[in-house]
Write a protein of this length. Structure first.
Length: 168
């Protein structure tokens, strides 16, 4: 049986899962078809510094569903799938079960770092690169605004496919 491959990205109100929450989530399949692309009402104000990065405002999410409403659909999509996320440790922590229903989760950021090969002398591992750098390196052409969930999920897909080709 072939494992379904999905790419997921979120935008949030900040970097701490204890203090912040999701304002946008997108999931695309391996062909790049969006399976979910929605704003999420965080139930709180979006801080200006977060809005400055992703461009999502309080007015934009006012009528959007809450994460609790979307969670069953997200679980259904992710269940049994191989989910690839750029900086998976960051995104996963914003979900109720850290996406445990997936068959496996891969971090495209860590894999890209390994394939790019720039050593980090402080950690003794490979230096992490942001998604914009990785997408540029693999010659991805953005199809939406950077730092929006759908555009970033598609960029992650492109980076993962580049990694997969190099791994053959």
């Amino acid at each position: 049986m072939i494992e379904r491959l999905l790419y997921l990205d979120t935008e949030t109100t900040g970097i701490s899962a204890q203090a912040h929450t999701i304002v946008e989530v997108a999931i695309v399949d391996d062909s790049g078809r969006p399976l979910l692309d929605t704003l999420v009402n965080p139930g709180r104000r979006i801080p200006g510094d977060a809005a400055a990065i992703h461009g999502i405002t309080d007015a934009m999410v006012h009528d959007a569903p809450a994460l609790a409403e979307l969670w069953p659909q997200i679980q259904e999509l992710v269940a049994g799938a191989h989910v690839v996320i750029y900086n998976a440790d960051f995104d996963r922590k914003f979900f109720p079960d850290r996406l445990a229903c997936a068959s496996r989760i891969s971090c495209a950021m860590l894999e890209f770092a390994r394939h790019y090969g720039e050593k980090d002398p402080y950690r003794g591992t490979y230096r992490w690169k942001n998604l914009e750098f990785a997408a540029c390196h693999v010659r991805y052409r953005w199809t939406g605004a950077k730092h929006r969930a759908l555009a970033d999920a598609l960029a992650c897909r492109s980076v993962w496919q580049w990694i997969a080709q190099r791994s053959r």
